[in-house]
Design a protein around this ligand. Sequence first.
Ligand code: DGJ
Length: 700
Amino acid sequence: MGITIWKEKLFILRTEHTMYVMERDRRGILRHVYWGSPAGIEEDFESLPEENRENGYHPYVDRVMEEYSSFGAGHYKETALKLEYHDGTKDFRYRITDYKAENNTLSIRLDDSSYPCGVTLIYEIFEKEDIIRRQVQIQNKGDSPILLERIHSAQFGLPGTDYRSVNFNGSWAAEFRRSEDTLSSGKKVYESLRGNTGHVANPCFILHRNATEETGDVYFGLLAYSGNFKVVAEATPYEYTNVLIGMSDTDFAWELDPGKTLSTPSVYCGYTAGGLGAMSQSLHRFERNYLMPGPFAGKELPVLYNSWYATYFDVQCEEQMKLAEKAASLGVELFVVDDGWFGTRQDDTKGLGDWYVDSGKFPDGLSRLVNHVKSLGMRFGIWIEPEMVNPDSELYRTHPDWVYRFENRKILQGRNQYVLDLTREDVADFMIETLDKLLSQQEISYIKWDMNRSITETGICGDGTVAGKQIWLRHMNNFYRVVKEIRTRHPDVEFEACASGGARVDLGAMQYFHEYWPSDNTDPFDRLFIQNGYSLLYPPKYMRAWVTDVPEGPTSRKAPLGFALHTAMCGSLGIGNNLNRLEETELALIREQISVYKRIRPVIQFGDLYRLKNHEDNCFWAVQYVKDGRSVIFAFLTQSRFGKNRWRIKAAGLQGDGLYQVCLPGGSVRKSGAFLMNFGLEIRLSGDYDSCMILIEQEA
Ligand code: DGJ
């Protein structure tokens, strides 16, 4: 394992189960050679034939897999970098001038042979998790600015074409709808131009060859960035697939001033021969071990109650206090008041930006409710949407120049709101001070940070200066600055990333937030699809999942409460029902399942996840979690059909020679790990929306 630089020519990265090889070829190009399972020793790669692929029609640089390519100079494929020097020269022609391996990081320096501009490619390996972090830094060493028009975080070359490309084709309330296409020719592009990650696609690539959950080659990479992104997978005519991932280059530019360096967001990537399941397990492990921020990374997330679906904007102190009493009696640990507690907020047309407590709804201030929640043994949390403002608000009336706009046009609204111009330092400071004040005045230990519209009309900053195409990145830099600062000032507060549901689920957000709200759709049937897609990339702990009242808002479905509880227990459990309206029997069921959840929570939140069965099999789903000899399986039948009421499912992740107590709905049995993983367990479910939970515990 580790990094090897062999004879100043080969660069080899080794993790526990993977190997990544690059070479400086005879022309000085950093060529991609291999990515896959460990494939031999240095000498094996030393004398690979270097074909003379040049011909008059197809330049060499287009025909080889490059580690990082620049527009121009014979590149007609999608390239990683596009820049323009002060004299109009538009390509970056490099020499490898330096490289070093330090601890687990390899840096390779590419310098333009005629201009004072250097690009450093960074590769950091995480050996046990089989993950490589890639990042690029570009430095202007001259005395004229350099215009950057595209700078991807990483480029990959995969041998052959016809890969299956997995991403999502989602929308609001239908996030993580898995989609798959074959890449035989041309380019497949996944992109967000919304100023956030968006509901539609995720900033990642997953490319495989006939992989199943358990088998097959899978290449994957995730961008740690919450702004506009672009993923391109290009099936070239030269028997390789060219993959790029980074910030979107649409309406993007960055003027790199003399002496300055720009670092791209990181990409976390990997290869597995073990199918999509192994990809998810390695990603989840890595995210748990390295990305989740303190102090909650190693702690169990609380069971929360959120009153949004119970009261919407009609937040009244007395009613919230009653809800809190009921929630506490069920075993809830964190009580959250959502939108509607501030300013003149009666609906979504006004109040955003006025972050003071509505004295009509809270005549004695927020502290009465906060103290009540605390006296009931729960923590208190609140909703906020700091990046936005309603035109009908004091904030907008005072600072009409604080929003993105074009001077000669009517500003577009989304959910009746405008986006604050976060490129302005005074706006960023306002956000920091607002959040700081809110968190300092009350004992608030959780923030649900929402963002309910996409960004438009960028170009002229609110202060009248033209930042042009730099706005997108400047906005994101300040967004991260604000979150970082507020997290530093209030390190013990838990932060949830929400953006009209799941429009901010990405590894950029994971570096600062402790959990995501993956969708406004809490219908447990739809959630099975959403959770399945989500789990490809992100861990269950980060996924807030609530049980809510029926009929469900987006679908009008009336699934049974038990089914909804089991679905929500697959992530970090939350309750969103109007508890004041539930029957005693329903409250009792919720109470019972919360207490079950607390017992299995370490396994769900810190265990490995296996998607045992997806819906393709007769509406039957099963998902398993395993941690330290303990395991939980949830099985779901969404629609019954005659003769389809029993399934044999093979457990995963157990020790073959271990003995396990298996607690099934009908009683307990004792089985070996080998039996459970190879013969399997029979699960019987019947009727529509039936579900069950199976506990598996290894004997000491
Ligand atoms: C959108 C979020 O996704 C919801 O959960 C809720 O917080 C509303 N915004 C509040 O306006």
